[in-house]
Design a protein around this ligand. Structure first.
Ligand code: ADE
Ligand code: ZN
Length: 349
């Protein structure tokens, strides 16, 4: 079929696209060698110190199992140097995939609860962000999110911290953790305060629950983008609403498979979301924990859905459109993506 890329040509095309990552957690981006190094420093945290055991530790039975192990890794991160290591490691991984910009989720409440002075967190973010730009040519922005399982106390502390400190690069306010038993609406006052201060609203919703949670994220939290949102797929009215309002979804297909939400990429509703005109972006969530890469998400979806080069490029352009970047940067990235399509006329056949 003309325009459909496979194998090496597909991988080369995806790699060449300048990419934007909109849903990646800082702790979840730690490379396996970094996790092992941190774990060896603190064996009592329960994170394996040997590669084969770590692979097992990152094989998840379900979402609660994932979250438990994710929080154990979080507890290994202790000071500004650790944060700097995570940020620069993520930047190197992004640069190696020709990803130019990322919005990175950071959960200050969890780090402070684990004993990290908040000044250490801010210092590590600032020095890491500067090094990401200088050494890797990658621009990073921050989303500070509420760990939902810790309740409204965490919501209040997170918004107070975000608005008091307002570090360079902070663009958005989020809500992560479990959805089951953790209603979105209870966090409404904190999202209102964050939005009034100019932060964008990007809660997780519809990762492990259905459309009601996504509706709540929109109505109660003023969501401008939704983390995951795939649970919307069973509600045609919601799909239409998301499409018409152009509320982007930060879709993380491999993450959803690895936490047991869908049996495979083929069984994932990404096709249905696209068919309903929803602005889908592709993302990794917690890449080494899920064995995911940003290039890999594009390749997997393109192969499974038999996408043309133009359709793959559209996904990359969606991420640019959905990013909280200045419009001049968006125009430049979009032009670069279009240039890559035009370079090879066969791609448009
Ligand atoms: N924290 C880290 N990864 C997460 C995910 N996939 N969903 C909710 N909270 C998270
Ligand atoms: Zn997430």
């Amino acid at each position: 079929m003309p325009g459909i890329l496979t194998g090496t040509a597909l991988r080369a095309f995806v790699h060449a696209l300048p990419k934007v990552e909109l849903h990646v957690h800082l702790v979840g981006s730690a490379s396996l060698p970094t996790v092992l190094e941190l774990a060896r420093r603190r064996p009592s945290a329960g994170v394996p110190t040997e590669p084969s055991e770590l692979a097992e530790f990152f094989t998840f039975r379900d979402f609660p199992h994932f979250l438990r192990n994710y929080l154990a890794v979080t507890s290994l991160v202790r000071d500004a140097r650790d944060i700097h290591t995570l940020v620069t490691g993520l930047a190197a991984d992004l640069a190696a995939q020709n990803a130019r910009y990322a919005e990175v989720t950071v959960t200050p409440y969890n780090h402070v609860l684990d004993g990290m002075p908040s000044d250490d967190l801010l210092t590590g973010l600032a020095t890491g962000r500067a090094a990401a730009r200088a050494d890797h040519g990658v621009e990073l922005a921050w989303c500070f999110d509420i760990p939902g399982e810790k309740g409204v106390v965490a919501g209040r502390e997170t918004v107070v911290f975000a608005l008091r400190e307002r570090p360079e690069g902070l663009v958005s306010f989020g809500l992560g953790g479990p959805e089951v038993g953790v209603g979105r609406a209870q966090f409404a006052p904190f999202f209102t305060a964050a939005r009034e201060a100019g932060l964008h609203s990007v809660p997780h919703a519809g990762e492990t629950t259905g459309p009601a949670t996504v509706w709540s994220a929109v109505h109660d939290l003023g969501a401008e983008r939704i983390g995951h949102g795939v649970g919307a797929h069973t509600d045609p009215a919601l799909l239409e609403y998301l499409a018409v309002q152009r509320i982007p979804l930060e879709v993380c297909p491999t993450s959803n498979v690895r936490t047991g939400q869908f049996a495979s990429i083929a069984a994932h509703p990404v096709r249905r979301l696209l068919d309903h005109g929803v602005l889908v972006t592709l993302n990794t969530d917690d890449p080494p924990m899920f064995g995911a890469t940003l290039d890999g998400e594009y390749v997997a979806v393109a192969e499974t859905l038999r996408l043309t080069a133009a359709e793959i490029a559209l996904l990359a352009k969606n991420a640019v459109e959905a990013a909280f970047l200045p419009s001049a940067d968006k125009t430049a990235l979009t032009a670069e993506i279009e240039e890559i399509l035009l370079q090879d006329p066969e791609l448009l056949a």
